[in-house]
Design a protein around this ligand. Structure first.
Ligand code: PMP
Ligand code: GLN
Length: 384
């Protein structure tokens, strides 16, 4: 939670957004859209405020939202979720993650995570007094290898923390990779905490990039905490409405922690998110396919600027290697990028177990208007 000199450090995303504000550069750093989500969802929140839904909601979230979450999981994935006992609404996926890790580990227990690691995972593990064990995904394939996973699991392992579609790599894990995780979880009696916040932002094309919730694999529903959030699907990252579902005993344990983290949050946003989750399939699919076009556009722009780019399978993000441009230190490049090109990005080494190790990989966000992506690409092409 502290930086190398013992000072509480702002997150890499906050730092990079501040750099964009200071310099006036295009912010392709922190992942947030520059347009609002579906009008019906926005209007529903306005009506809820006007209609007086402004006091504490029930601790587990309002019943219509818990029902909408359970129905969504049934409709999209065939999961059977009880809205009364198996769902908890949280202050974003961030709280769902932290409350789950704190509730489900004892100090000294080990949590297996994939590297690159999303920043809040390491912080939550530290808050819980647990120990992080990383499994490295290697550029550019970023595949999860079963042997690497087996090596990371010990007698102290309690949780495997999974994320698919994956931030920052843009990978959608394949069924075979998830089967390897499921096999080890069943064999070693582990709980999987699955961060699926980008579930509807997989760039599905026939069988390619299909998002598979690990809870749908045999024997996994009872040992998985599935986490998602309205922020990404409906482009409302500031609303902080997230949720999790798991078997009742797990939900009770996580609720016991959650109630003293925030107690509850986002009263008028909860009915709006319930409406969003019930939007017609085509409208929800359109959100992902629209983002896929912008991701492809950013990928093309980065390649034209001589970066070596890995096209993403989903998420807000694209990773590019700056080595062909002669940059070996992505962190230094990201600090200089506003001056060089008027663009802000995030160094991938910020997602490493040891962020002081230089890497030439840089993460760019594609969740911006097409004209913004076009302008950023044009500017980046000038640094060659
Ligand atoms: N997990 C991942 C992988 C994310 O990228 C993010 C946020 N961008 C979160 C969790 C946090 O989600 P929320 O804003 O709903 O807390
Ligand atoms: N998840 C967002 C990203 O990866 C950032 C959210 C945050 O700043 N905590 O850019």
């Amino acid at each position: 939670l502290l930086d190398s000199s013992g000072v509480p450090a702002p997150t890499i995303f906050a730092r990079m957004s501040a750099l964009a504000t200071q310099t006036g550069a295009i912010n392709l750093g922190q992942g947030f859209p520059d347009t609002d989500g579906p009008a019906v969802v926005l209007e529903a929140a306005v009506s809820a405020i006007r209609g007086g839904q402004n006091q504490y909601p029930p601790g587990k979230g309002i019943a219509p939202l818990r029902r909408a979450i359970a129905e969504h999981q049934g409709h999209w994935y065939g999961l059977d979720v009880n809205p009364d006992t198996e769902v908890l609404v949280t202050a974003g996926a961030t709280e769902a993650l932290t409350a789950s890790i704190v509730a489900l580990t004892e100090p000294g227990d080990e949590v297996v995570v994939l590297e690159p690691i999303y920043d809040s995972y390491s912080a939550a593990i530290e808050i819980a007094g647990a120990v992080r064990r990383t499994v490295k995904l290697e550029w550019p394939e970023y595949r999860l290898r079963a042997e690497a996973l087996a090596e990371a699991v010990t007698d102290r392992t309690r949780l495997i923390l999974l994320n698919t579609p994956h931030n920052p790599t843009g990978r959608v894990l394949e069924r075979t990779e998830l089967e390897a995780v499921a096999a080890i979880a069943r064999e070693r009696d582990l709980i999987v905490v699955a961060d699926e916040v980008y579930e509807h932002l997989a760039f599905t094309d026939g069988d390619r990039n299909q998002h598979v919730p690990i809870a749908t694999l045999p024997g996994m529903a009872e040992r998985t905490v599935t986490i998602s959030s309205a922020g990404k699907t409906f482009s409302v990252t500031g609303w902080k409405i997230g949720w999790l579902h798991a078997r009742p005993e797990i939900v009770d344990a996580v609720t016991a922690v959650k109630q003293f983290l925030t107690y509850v949050n986002g009263s008028p946003f909860q009915p709006a998110v319930a409406q969003g989750l019930a939007l017609p399939d085509e409208e929800i699919r359109a959100i992902g396919s629209d983002l896929a076009r912008r991701s492809a556009m950013l990928t093309e722009g980065l390649a034209a600027a001589d970066f070596d780019v890995r096209p993403s399978d989903g998420t807000y993000f694209v990773i590019a290697d700056a080595a062909p441009l002669g940059y070996t230190d992505g962190a230094a490049l990201c600090n200089d990028l506003p001056g060089l090109a008027g663009v802000v990005a995030v160094p991938v080494q910020a997602f490493a177990e040891d962020p002081s190790q230089p890497s030439s990989l840089v993460r760019f966000a594609c969740c911006k208007r097409t004209e913004v992506i076009a302008e950023a690409a044009e500017r980046l092409a000038r640094i060659r």
